[in-house]
Design a binder for this molecule. Sequence first.
Ligand code: FEO
Ligand code: CA
Ligand code: CA
Ligand code: CA
Length: 596
Amino acid sequence: PIFTDALRPAIGFQPVPAALGPDVDVVTVAEGYTARPFFSWGDPVVEGAPSWRSDAGDGAAEQSLQAGQNNDGMHYFPFADAPNAHGLLVVNHEYTNDTLHTSGPQVMEDSTGARLRPESQVLKEQAAHGVSVIEIAKDKQGLWQRVYPSAYNRRLTANTPMDISGPAAGAQAMKTAQDPTGTRVLGTLNNCSMGVTPWGTYLICEENWKNYFVNRDVGDWQERPAHHRYGIAAGVHSHKYYWESVDERFDATPNEALPHDGFVNEPNRFGWVVEFDPFDPTSQPVKRTALGRLVREGCTCVLAEDGTMAFYSGDDTRGEYVYKFVPNGKYHPDAPEANRRLLDSGNVYVAVYRADGTGEWRLLEQGKNGLTADKGFASQADVLINLRGAADIVGATPMDRPEWVAVHPQTTDGYVTLTNNSERGADPRQPVDAANPRADNDHGQILRWREKDRNPAATEFYWELFLLAGPVLQRQTQPGQFKALDGDRFSCPDGLWFDGDGRLWIATDYDEQEAPYLSQGTNQLLCADPVTREVKRFMTGPVGAEITGLTGTPDGTTLWFNVQHPGLSYPASDGKSRPRSTTVVVTKNDGGVIGT
Ligand code: FEO
Ligand code: CA
Ligand code: CA
Ligand code: CA
């Protein structure tokens, strides 16, 4: 009964069938809607950018002016004068694919087994990471267009200078040979989901940055929780990309010949929430360390009427946790300068889900809940840099890969996707429990909670499983008990977003060409009613792609989503062109609200 007081949103479209088979190379949306490729890898962003080359022949310099790859989390920021027809679209570029280079990535190996990469390829990959800001507007025909050139248009990459603020700024563990102050860092990596603040800034989140670093001193790695607890490679090369062969800051092996042991602390400078103002093209992004360092999927804000806020995040790795950050200050619409400092101080909590449907946010603060110097936490900077290790100590609940969080616009209930977990029930650290009820969980679930008294700063909450995904959807009747739920089938919920009317949009990420997903069709976007749990399939994507990056106009008449890493030839869909990650714009043919 706790969660059924939301208004029921109108959901009126006819569901689309699952798109089965290995040859699906198109986006299909519900009848009465039009979907159009809008912004793809290689499209010009910064003035002077060349057009995308179909042979991927551009170098790093051109790429740094064009859209990066793997469009992921994004947000539409309206201009006040025409909020539903003019805005800035901010788009994350999570990582790079083999398609970035004309004939794929080149990898050589030296006599030690270390992997070597051509510098030109590494620089292009670094330029294809990060974020795009593009100005967009409706034309005279009412069609959305990218405004080019635009003074707002901007690319952030793996080499853009950024500031570090908050309790870990300037800490010894943040200093490197390149930055003896511990307050300046180059770039952001693996930007997956995101967040938005009430004061209109964008929160870039750094997810699988661990894959870009190596510590070749295995003994040192073992003694350094900031490396091993986050899964940084110990051995001769990084897990992916091998940038360390041409860019020393990705080699996190301690080097006593250099100040601050070289770049052993460089990985400590990733995993943060990075705030920037898309309306100020000269603003320098800031890594806000007060929120802590994770394999951070996203950062979703809930705001109470009195200005109290919380920011929710998943840490997307098997058996990791759900977190929230509560700023010390309150949001004041009339204090724009003070708002810019709100993310520099506050409390970090991690979620504990009890079997009776109640839960607790446990504080991660130095000196409390066992977070003492003898455990490696001598300062709050230590806690924030090894937030996972701190959460281990306070008894957080290991989850089935927490991905996106969405907050209901009226009830302020939080929803988190738990995408899958092959280790559930097999790893003794991850027994089957009420919140993660299936061993070897291939299909994932969505959990929702309500803060006590709907106070974002509460330390107690109520929770339930909204649904279990899979070939047959299920709903929770009481903790640990489920029954079949009518609705369109899907697996591995990942992207999650509420529109202004309270429709819950669910985007998926599974490999539709592999068991047990073969019967689910290609990845898809679904629309759910939070009261009835009715689930309808709104869209299906091309083979190989996950669907992500949900955002829309304030009036609900435009929706954007991302087709990330399509496998065949989308968006050309001609059977021969190089596939490109693409932002798709959707409108209803009668001009109405999407989903009605
Ligand atoms: Fe980049 Fe957790 O997905
Ligand atoms: Ca992805
Ligand atoms: Ca994701
Ligand atoms: Ca995923």
